[in-house]
Design a binder for this molecule. Structure first.
Ligand code: NAP
Length: 327
């Protein structure tokens, strides 16, 4: 039986990875790794071990769920032990020899790995899964996106901040620079000289790589909102051909990993509470942009659980493909 280690098993994404592996009945033995702080903790019947240089001996696959600096430290140990790593951090996503994969879109890229496969940024996965069928139907030149990102996107510290603030507890903020309860913060990541944050660049840079579209243009604004889980995104798609709402609905109904939620007259549209703890991306509020005289612009609203499809589920889907290929 293949052995899988989850590095960062005590975090928001790592815990969800174990749940996804169990839900899908993957025939693997799992080892949980985290920092020395977590040594001996028990999660779902498994004891957490401290991640050390020897942790990856005898391990076939690693699911990485640590921040960039921590991942960069243990990656050589995993490589030396001959593991194939599916990594959630952004440390290796844009490296030429590292495939960046959303299985519904570019599963074939997995074949070109050299020991590391990267999982894309959570908002990017959700936007691309929600818009891939529309891109195929109408062609896509430019996306204008505003993300509304849940606090759990910042891991267990983000969850603690919102929980503490809603309870009115007077404790220092852990993940965010300002109060997030009853507020929103239009900054995720550091800004560059153009006033654009690292998180905002990811949708264009990673979108180009996943879709194999080096000219794709994405204008993105990322906002942290006081939602516990599931990211929402308002997306404008500037297409190559005239768009048609009825056709958009038809292609979305057939799209892998998508649920169409688009009956606005009856108040049916995607909402983060409804996408929480399930794997599909919901798409709705589909309408033509009436300010475009050429009729080539479509507006949509998408929601998806960023800990599941935006991270753990996507990684476990990649692991499933690797296991199939290894049979
Ligand atoms: N949260 C999301 O929605 C989301 C979505 C997509 C991608 N990601 C990415 O996924 C990664 C994990 O995010 P997260 O939200 O799950 O973070 P998190 O909740 O803060 O968890 C971080 C994990 O890293 C472990 N860790 C920290 N220092 C370590 C060390 N020195 N050695 C070994 N393990 C160590 C922690 O273990 P301890 O508990 O022992 O400290 C914990 O298990 C990040 O790269 C993040 O950017 C997150």
């Amino acid at each position: 039986m293949k052995k899988v280690a989850i590095a960062g098993a005590t975090g928001a994404v790592g815990r969800q990875m174990l749940e996804c592996i169990r839900e899908r009945n993957l025939p693997v033995e799992v080892k949980l790794l985290a920092s020395a702080r977590s040594k001996g903790k028990v999660i779902d019947g498994l004891v957490v071990e401290e991640l050390t240089p020897d942790s990856f001996q005898g391990v076939d696959y690693v699911l990485g769920a640590c921040e960039n600096d921590v991942t960069k430290r243990w990656m050589p140990w995993a490589q030396e032990a001959g593991c194939v790593v599916v990594d959630n951090s952004s440390a290796f996503r844009l490296d030429d020899n590292v495939p960046l994969v959303v299985p519904e879109i570019n599963a074939d890229d997995i074949d070109h790995h050299n020991g590391i496969i990267a999982n894309p940024n959570c908002s990017t996965i959700i936007a691309l899964v929600g818009c891939d069928a529309l891109k195929k139907e109408f062609g896509l030149k430019r996306m204008i996106v505003t993300t509304m990102q849940a606090v759990s996107g910042a891991g267990v510290k983000g969850i603690a901040d919102l929980e503490n603030q809603v309870k009115g507890e007077d404790v220092p903020f852990q993940a965010f620079p300002y109060q997030i309860a009853y507020n929103l913060i239009p900054q995720i990541g550091d800004f560059d000289e153009f006033g654009i944050s690292k998180e905002e660049w990811k949708m264009q840079n990673e979108g180009r790589k996943i879709w194999h579209e080096p000219e794709l243009l994405v204008n993105c604004t990322c906002v942290r909102v006081p939602v516990m889980r599931s990211h929402s995104e308002s997306i404008t798609l500037e297409c190559e051909t005239e768009v048609d709402v009825a056709r958009a609905r038809e292609v979305l109904k057939q799209a892998a990993g998508v649920q169409l939620k688009d009956d606005p007259q009856n108040r049916v549209y995607p909402m983060p509470l409804d996408t929480t703890d399930q794997d599909d991306v919901f798409v709705g509020r589909i309408r033509k942009d009436l300010t475009d005289p050429e009729g080539k612009t479509l507006q949509v609203f998408v929601c998806g659980d960023q800990i599941r499809k935006g991270a753990a589920t996507n990684a476990v889907q990649i692991l499933e493909k690797l296991l199939e290929k290894a049979e």
